[in-house]
Design a binder for this molecule. Structure first.
Ligand SMILES: Nc1ncnc2c1ncn2[C@@H]1O[C@H](COP(=O)(O)OP(=O)(O)OP(=O)(O)O)[C@@H](O)[C@H]1O
Length: 514
């Protein structure tokens, strides 16, 4: 099935999200879609899937004009969207989720769950999805949940699959498996639209690439003849540096220290086991690891979001093991959370309100009981310019920003404050290459101004590029430590430690440690 967008324009108030867009999507092909944060990618796909109606232009399927009046019409026409934030019911099984809304019925009109299960198995088999139909969603890892979303649209006979930043939350192993599935779908004649900010993925998986800038298609090309640098320049309109220039670190006093910290989850399983680590002022320490090996819990312990079971945490000489989140924050701890929607922002609050979400009581904004909103708005507008948060007004809701711009808003709030320690968890997730460059520069600037900086990232290149020292986490423990002065840490050795192939004990300084 081929789909054509012709002269599509979409406005939100004064924002022109799509401006006279022309795009063709073909069956049996992966189209890579690239663009800066806020360029209009999601808006365009939301129109293709029937969620939004274009203000101007038309959509043609196999040459015939179609009009959608909601996502039901989109899926009816064979267009399926796999969203970045999954829309599954956690307490339902895979099969129940897949058939929800289009349940097959038996002769008496009752739900025929056996038939549903069989149909799920057939799709599973055909596309090599390997999803267990009877498992509850909440029991499944993220990578498998994503396949359930794919199953859902295939069950509804989608011929066009729109994948919106599908790899953002996957481990490297899950990405490999996911690409295998994408290729199977393509060979079966499906048209795939693949949206990502990871340029190497575009080069690897897509047959064609289109670049969107400020609502317009500004470039198209063949990934076989393009490089990452070409793609970055097409997106941003200027050459982008993939490495961050930095002077050697000048580590000072210990800013934060964990001493033998252990943590249990709600079922009393150990999620952090006797972790000892430190960050000094004037250094960037990176935490590498495949997601799910205790990094989230490490950050929760440091920031006070969760209580530790044993051990001590010392922040600039003060024992903060039992201190609250706000106390730590007031002492100069900044936190860029891995999931901004969980602990970073409120969608319905304005951008200005979000910019002071954890700081509104500071003397520069508060006069007694009253908040000086003019001052808040003025400061927020400045942060938006500095961090290139694209919005016509700071009085719009935070949730109206594109995903990457929401992330930049949270990063701006945390990095613009006077701090001693910055804890940055997946700081550039969903952020375009131009803004990654800027966020990296700001993290190095924080280090050079004397902050301790802790970066937790599932992007190994990010950890290697920024850190002066690297810890590797595996199975709730720190299993290795590497000196990365001048970028000397061995990528393969770090990768091996991430995979658990490490015999040494970082705490005793054995192994490939510094
Ligand atoms: N529902 C909405 N209300 C108001 N403005 C919106 C809405 N949806 C999108 N916009 C605006 O339209 C523009 C395009 O946003 P869109 O989400 O399509 O960008 P994107 O290319 O997908 O970005 P990202 O890479 O950050 O996800 C942005 O300026 C955004 O703020």
């Amino acid at each position: 099935m081929d789909v054509e967008l012709r002269g599509i324009t979409k406005r939100f108030g004064s924002v022109v999200a799509n401006d006279n867009v022309n795009l063709t999507i073909r069956g049996g092909e992966v189209l890579g879609l690239l663009g800066e944060n806020g360029a209009g990618k999601s808006t365009m796909m939301n129109m293709l899937s029937g969620l939004y109606t274009p203000d101007e232009g038309e959509i043609l399927i196999d040459g015939k004009k179609v009009e959608f009046d909601g996502p039901g019409d989109g899926i009816e026409a064979g267009i399926g969207m796999v969203h970045q934030h999954f829309m599954l019911v956690p307490v339902f099984t895979v099969a129940e989720n897949v058939v929800l809304g289009v349940e097959p019925t038996g002769k008496m009109g009752y739900l025929d769950m056996r038939r549903a299960r069989r149909q799920v198995e057939e799709i599973n088999e055909k596309y090599g999805l390997h999803v267990p139909p009877d498992e509850l969603i909440e029991e499944l890892p993220v990578g498998i949940q994503q396949r359930v979303e794919i199953l859902k649209v295939l069950f509804r006979s989608a011929d066009v699959l729109i994948l919106d930043e599908p790899t953002a939350v996957l481990t490297p192993q899950e990405v490999r498996e996911f690409f295998g599935i994408v290729n199977t779908l393509k060979e079966a004649g499906k048209a795939i639209v693949f949206i990502t900010h990871k340029l190497h993925e575009i080069l690897e998986i897509s047959d064609r690439v289109s670049v969107l800038r400020q609502g317009r298609i500004t470039g198209e090309g063949d990934p076989k003849t393009l490089t990452e640098a070409d793609l970055a320049e097409m997106m941003v309109g200027r050459p982008v540096s993939f490495t961050t220039d930095k002077e050697p670190a000048k580590p000072g006093r210990t800013m934060i220290e964990m001493q033998n910290v252990s943590m249990l989850d709600e079922t009393d399983e150990i999620v952090l086991e006797r972790v000892s680590m430190s960050v000094r002022s004037g250094e960037v320490v990176g935490v590498a690891g495949v997601q799910g090996n205790g990094q989230t819990e490490l950050v929760e312990a440091l920031t006070g979001l969760e209580r530790v079971a044993s051990g001590k945490i010392i922040f600039d000489g003060t024992d903060i093991t039992t201190a609250s989140v706000r106390e730590r924050h007031k002492m100069g701890m900044a936190h860029i959370p891995e999931d901004r929607h969980k602990s970073g922002m409120v969608d319905s609050f304005t951008i200005a309100e979000n910019m002071v979400l954890n700081n509104y009581y500071a003397p520069e904004y508060s006069r007694g009981w009253a908040i000086d909103w003019n001052k808040v708005a003025e400061t927020s507008a400045r942060y938006c310019v500095e961090f290139d948060v694209r919005t016509p007004s700071v009085y719009l809701p935070g949730g109206s920003l594109s995903g990457g711009n929401q992330q930049k808003m949270v990063v701006a709030r945390e990095l613009e404050r006077e701090t001693k320690l910055v804890i940055a968890s997946q700081p550039t997730r969903g952020v375009d290459v131009g803004s990654i460059e800027y966020i990296h520069e700001r993290l190095i600037q924080a280090r050079d101004e004397g902050d301790g900086v802790l970066i937790v990232s599932s992007e190994l290149d990010e950890v290697l590029g920024l850190s002066d020292r690297i810890y590797v986490m595996y199975d709730g423990r720190i299993v290795a430590e590497f000196d990365n002065t001048g970028g000397k840490a061995d990528r393969n050795a770090v990768g091996l430690a991430m995979a658990g192939a490490h015999n040494g004990d970082a705490a005793t300084g054995e192994g490939d440690a510094a």
